[in-house]
Design a protein around this ligand. Structure first.
Ligand SMILES: NC(=O)c1ccc[n+]([C@@H]2O[C@H](COP(=O)([O-])OP(=O)(O)OC[C@H]3O[C@@H](n4cnc5c(N)ncnc54)[C@H](OP(=O)(O)O)[C@@H]3O)[C@@H](O)[C@H]2O)c1
Length: 387
């Protein structure tokens, strides 16, 4: 009897132990399964959310039907994509830039898409040219509803290697340009209504090492934009401040690199083309047009920019320490300072390697009407700068 009890107890214990082991073994599997299910549900919800937000952005863009929109820097990059997006919403567009060739190509493309488009050669640093740009827009389309300040330039390199003129130029294009245009547009829109959209940058709020002229000018512009928004209450004019993080516009080819140009080009082009760090120009433009149509006053584009801005808001010392670290990782100022455009730097061995890794931004450049090195060479030859 005792033997039977022992046998039964041992068999029961064995059964319990096996069951426990099986349940322990099966726990991670079932947890994995429910984890996978959760992941699938999460992905489906995210896809639905993204779809719904794209649909509502499209709906808002359609509010632009019949409006007249002026985009500075609309010949290529984000400005061109904004013109396409406003045009797709039914607006007529006026785009301006300094270079005639890209401008003509952009107008031809917009017209081919069925968008009523006018291209005006205009340097935004010239207040008189800016005034006549506004006249041209109203003469051609009879009204002006939205002005987008998107024109921008960039010089990359350690501050020690940059001439004072780099700061003067940055302020001219990205502070005084939007200053004159916004003020003149505001006067014309007062009482009748309108929207001014200022494309600043996350660099306006987080000063990025090796981008000091850009960050300083954008900082001043962001302050101007927010101040204008604060003062415009009751005027019928809305001011939208846009703060993009990195966008894949293909603009790295047109940037001027100083110090050790190839190495500066390498870090910049890699960051600007990294999928997790940057957003597509198409996505950015959709969001900006939706903000212009919906009356939103402040728009931050890209998750990284949102996180950076939030952290800077609560712990500026922390972001400063982060930027100091970034500064230490970037190339130092060499003895012999050189300067090259992005297209030239891209022609080097390291540049070609970077081009393979940053393929997304290279492709974006072709979609965004950015000039290739071959085109630049041809222009240099035509203008007698080469050979
Ligand atoms: N790409 C990014 O990652 C990024 C991130 C944050 C903010 N942003 C901002 O977004 C805007 C667009 O950037 P993007 O990458 O599209 O630049 P982009 O491709 O270099 O385009 C710049 C545009 O501005 C025009 N432009 C430059 N100087 C001008 C002047 N003095 N007068 C009139 N037009 C001028 C250029 O044409 P011409 O050279 O023929 O004049 C071009 O059409 C800029 O304000 C930039 O600072 C860009």
């Amino acid at each position: 009897m005792r033997g039977l009890r022992t046998t039964l107890t041992l068999a029961g214990a064995r059964w319990l132990w096996r069951r426990h082991r099986r349940s322990r073994e099966s726990t991670p599997v079932s947890a994995g399964r429910s984890g996978a299910e959760l992941l699938a549900w999460g992905a489906a919800a995210a896809a639905l959310g993204a779809g719904a937000s794209a649909l509502s952005e499209r709906r808002r863009a359609r509010r632009m039907n019949g409006r007249v929109v002026l985009v500075t820097g609309g010949s290529r990059g984000l400005g061109l994509q904004l013109a396409r997006e406003f045009g797709a919403g039914g607006a007529s567009v006026v785009i301006c830039a300094r270079g005639r060739e890209n401008l003509d190509r952009a107008v031809a493309e917009l017209t081919g898409r069925g968008v009523e488009a006018l291209g005006v050669v205009c340097d935004v640093t010239d207040p008189e040219a800016v005034d006549s740009l506004l006249d041209d827009a109203v003469d051609r389309f009879g009204r002006l509803d939205v002005v987008v300040n998107s024109a921008g330039i960039m010089r990359v390199g350690p501050q020690r290697t940059l001439p004072d003129d780099a700061f003067v130029q940055a302020m001219d294009v990205m502070f005084w340009g939007p200053f004159h245009l916004s003020r003149a547009a505001m006067e014309r829109m007062r009482g009748r209504g309108g929207t001014i959209v200022n494309v600043t940058s996350i660099g306006a709020y987080l000063s990025v090492p090796h981008l000091l002229p850009y960050s300083a000018a954008k900082h001043a512009w962001a302050a101007l934009s927010e101040g204008m928004a604060a003062e415009s209450g009751g005027s019928g004019v809305r001011v939208v401040t846009v703060v993009p993080g990195l966008m894949r516009t293909g603009s790295h080819r047109g940037v001027v690199f100083s110090g050790n140009p190839e190495r500066e080009y390498a870090w910049f082009a890699l960051a600007a083309g990294a999928p997790l760090l940057s957003v597509s120009a198409e996505r950015a433009a959709r969001r900006i047009v939706a903000a212009a149509a919906s009356g939103r006053g402040f728009l931050v584009i890209s998750p990284i920019a949102r996180i950076g801005l939030a952290v800077h808001g609560v712990a500026p010392g922390l972001t400063q320490a982060g930027m100091r670290l970034v500064g230490r990782l970037l190339p130092g100022a060499p003895e012999r300072v050189e300067e090259r455009s992005g297209s030239e730097a891209a022609d080097s061995r390291i540049g070609r390697l970077v081009g393979v890794v940053a393929a997304l931004n290279e492709r974006a450049g072709r979609r965004m009407n950015q000039s290739s090195r071959a085109e630049e060479r041809r222009r240099d030859v035509d203008s007698g700068k080469d050979g």
